[in-house]
Design a protein around this ligand. Structure first.
Ligand code: ADP
Ligand code: MG
Length: 731
């Protein structure tokens, strides 16, 4: 008897404690908002006017905080935190492992005379030194100083988790190389702020700062923790490596937006309470398409804070799930045959005068402003599509992209047919000076029509990786397990570069004697011509699109190794260096880390699959086969040679079938282990990742298919692996 599976099933779901974890939400959730955040409001209360102003300047203008002020802030933070029962503090950062990191230190400090006090100083607030050598650094450690330090990011508020004060920080080597997700993101945000603010001088000289905004939508699966523990593949790789799809999956579409199961609802309620306290403005919850799949979305926020909030949320979700005896799966494709999970990143630009630059305005001037940012965003994606593709590449996201549920790996832009027609009109703008008639026509009939168009624009396309949705672009191909910072760093970097180029081109035309508007129309016209090939309104899932995209010269990097290879393109390295986001060494190091991660993930999957196939699947299949053999022998004994042949026909064919599948698995595992050994021995990361992708991974399917066949033959009582129907429908 395969005990783990049945023991896990016995704990389900009939045990009362699993259902009784009921949670009540206070009617006024708003009263909990930011309870555990050193928010602007709290700072006003705890800081001197001077210190408060200094932090606000750091947030709004990026000015440095003086050491003396930092001391004041540290003491205020400590006092506030201690009033809430906090004993420890930590620099909270996001190393390239993909999770968050923290090392707790106590406020407790012994002083002379056997006494002790609670202490926290500006020095400790500003900088700490975790050991950098244990975090991924892509070889930076070998060429540069090994030590790294974390530095306080005052633009993201400190918060309390449990009894620890968490201070959002960047992580950097002593030689200045960034070792985390946040540091380059902050650089990219500064770059786009500067570029967009410069362009805004054409339209509104009052604008002094442009802040990119992000609203993410997080999808996830919940699985009962006992069932999760019974699946070694889920525990070790975050996904099931085998398992026959259940008779009922998502065919009936009865899960999406359906009523939320009670136990899940309790989890969600507790999560929402926690999010409120942490200042994460979650507003939306619903069931997703696949059974046991759900989604959560907040109000959008400034990108840096939104990224921190997503990382923090993933951490909080895992903890709260445990309290409700669930395990949360952020993997992009935990179960074959049902939809996977993504993390849509809605992106826009906001000014310090309160405008959304991707939202059209009330007069023609505002609409030209809208068009400027709209077309430049498309142009940025057109020029740097490969970089955007690389930013979402991972072993787990490969299962999703192009799998008829997520956007394909081809980067295209969807803007809706009506806006597309506007761009087509703009393509016809005369070169050079415009006649007064043309200007009026543009104002009234082209640009002027935009607000109406958007008002009733219900044009939606779920298959596009980069879609305009009324007042923001939605990057849809981001993986559910990813840190949003990666795609956001790329998006803001390429937008910055594009806006810088735009400014140079428009200024050059103004120099030749064109009016500002004329110059802008002229540049936009050329951009639209250049970008047309990336705009696609049709079905991104169709095979025709792949063919059509190839004709249009768009790339289709289907796998992570292919996508990551593009990152080292000189054009991209130059871009990063020009804008001061990464130097050449950092680009290489990050690329190396991602390739290594890819190879490691496939390597672990290969080992886990081999182990399960050999030690769990084959023995169970043989056990059942032996039963059948006994049965056949018995029949022969009772009925004699002739009659038994008819009576035992089905059993005999099952016995043969089992043997065939067992043999396929056995040979498959041997081949897999050989291919894995060979790939592991490769020294160069790019080649190694390609070998894992092209030589190791394809063998997974052979083993899986045979195992899933066996699952359908073998007596349920003997089957060792918890089944899909058990994991997906237990709530
Ligand atoms: P949907 O696109 O599913 O119809 P919404 O339009 O409400 O839903 O937006 C989805 C997500 O987009 C939400 O997370 C929301 O916060 C975010 N969003 C809305 N406006 C912006 C914006 N200006 N910048 C960034 N994100 C935004
Ligand atoms: Mg969406």
């Amino acid at each position: 008897m395969s005990t783990l599976r049945f023991k896990a099933l016995e704990t389900l779901p009939f045990k009362d404690f699993r259902k009784d974890n009921s949670v009540e939400i206070p009617t006024k959730l708003s009263e909990l908002f930011c309870e555990n955040v050193f928010s602007e409001n709290t700072m006003r209360e705890y800081l001197t006017k001077e210190a408060f102003q200094s932090i606000m300047d750091a947030i709004k203008k990026g000015t440095k905080i003086q050491r003396l002020i930092a001391d004041q802030v540290a003491v205020a933070m400590k006092d506030w935190a201690m009033s809430k029962g906090v004993t420890h503090y930590t620099h909270w950062f996001q190393p390239l492992t993909g999770t968050t990191a923290e090392k707790h230190d106590s406020f407790f400090t012994p002083i002379e005379g056997g006494r002790a006090i609670e202490r926290f100083s500006g020095n400790l607030l500003i900088q700490q030194e975790p050991d950098a050598s244990s975090f991924p650094n892509g070889g930076i450690r070998n060429t540069f100083e090994a030590r790294g330090y974390t530095a306080w990011d005052p633009t993201s508020p400190a918060f309390i988790m449990g009894t620890t004060l968490c201070i959002p920080s960047i992580f950097i080597s002593y030689t200045g190389e960034t070792l985390d997700y946040k540091a380059p993101l902050l650089r990219a945000l500064n770059a786009v702020d500067e570029a967009a603010t410069n362009v805004m001088q054409y339209f509104d000289k009052n604008v002094t700062k442009v802040t990119p905004t992000l609203g993410w939508e997080q999808e996830y699966f919940l699985v009962d923790s006992a069932l999760y523990q019974s699946r070694p593949d889920l525990v070790l790789t975050g996904k099931t490596l085998l398992g026959h799809s259940p008779a009922k999956g998502q065919q009936l579409d009865d899960h999406y937006f359906g009523s939320i199961p009670t136990r899940v609802m309790n989890f969600m309620k507790e999560l929402e309470i926690e999010c409120m306290k942490l200042g994460i403005p979650v507003t939306t919850r619903h069931n997703e398409v696949a059974p046991n799949q759900f989604e959560l979305a907040p109000m959008f926020e400034e990108v840096n804070v939104a990224v921190d909030h997503n990382s923090l949320l993933m951490d909080v979700m895992a903890r709260i799930a445990h309290r409700h005896h669930f395990h949360i799966l952020f993997h992009e494709k935990p179960f074959a045959g049902v939809n996977g999970s993504g993390k849509h990143n809605n992106w826009s630009l906001a000014t310090d005068t309160g405008e959304n630059l991707l939202s059209p305005g009330k007069n023609p001037k505002k609409n030209l402003q809208f068009l400027t940012f709209f077309v430049n965003a498309i142009k940025a994606v057109h020029e740097y599509a490969d970089l955007l593709r690389a930013s979402i590449a991972s072993a787990s996201n490969d299962h999703r992209l192009g799998a008829n549920e997520a956007p394909p790996a081809i980067i295209s832009v969807f803007i809706g047919s009506q806006l597309f027609r506007v761009l087509e009109e703009l393509e016809k703008v005369t070169e050079g000076k415009l006649s007064p008639d043309e200007k009026t026509d543009l104002k009234l009939n082209v640009v002027g029509k935009i607000p109406e168009i958007l008002l009733d624009n219900t044009d939606r396309n779920r298959t596009s990786p980069f879609a305009f949705t009324g007042n923001k672009f939605e990057i849809r191909a981001v993986g559910s397990s990813a840190n949003c910072a990666e795609s956001m760093t790329v998006m803001n970097t390429i937008a910055a570069k594009q806006l810088n180029d735009f400014k140079i081109e428009v200024d050059a035309l103004i120099e030749t004697g064109l009016k500002k508007d004329e110059a802008i129309f002229n540049v936009l016209r050329e951009y639209i011509k250049q970008c047309k090939n990336i705009m696609f309104e049709g079905d991104g899932y169709s095979d025709d699109w792949a063919v059509e995209a190839e004709k249009r010269g768009l790339n289709n990097w289907k796998t992570t190794p292919e996508a990551l290879k593009q990152e080292m393109n000189q054009k991209f390295v130059d871009l990063y260096e020009e804008l001061g986001i990464f130097n050449h060494r950092e680009v290489e190091a990050r690329n190396e880390i991602k390739l290594e991660k890819y190879s490691t993930v496939i390597d672990i999957e290969a080992r886990v699959l081999s182990d399960i196939a050999r030690n769990h699947i084959i023995p169970s299949a043989l056990k059942y086969q032996n039963r059948l053999i006994e049965n056949v022998k018995g029949l022969k004994e009772i009925f004699g040679d002739e009659e038994f042949k008819t009576l035992a026909k089905e059993q005999m064919s099952l016995i043969t079938n089992i043997s065939q599948n067992v043999s396929t698995i056995k040979v498959g595992v041997e081949d897999l282990l050989k291919a894995r050994d060979a790939a592991k021995a490769v020294n160069e990361s790019q080649t190694q990742a390609e070998d894992y992708c092209n030589k190791v991974k394809p063998l997974f399917d052979i083993i899986r298919d045979a195992s899933d066949d066996l699952e359908m033959m073998v007596d349920d009582e003997l089957w060792p692996m918890t089944k899909y129907r058990e994991m997906l429908f237990t709530r």
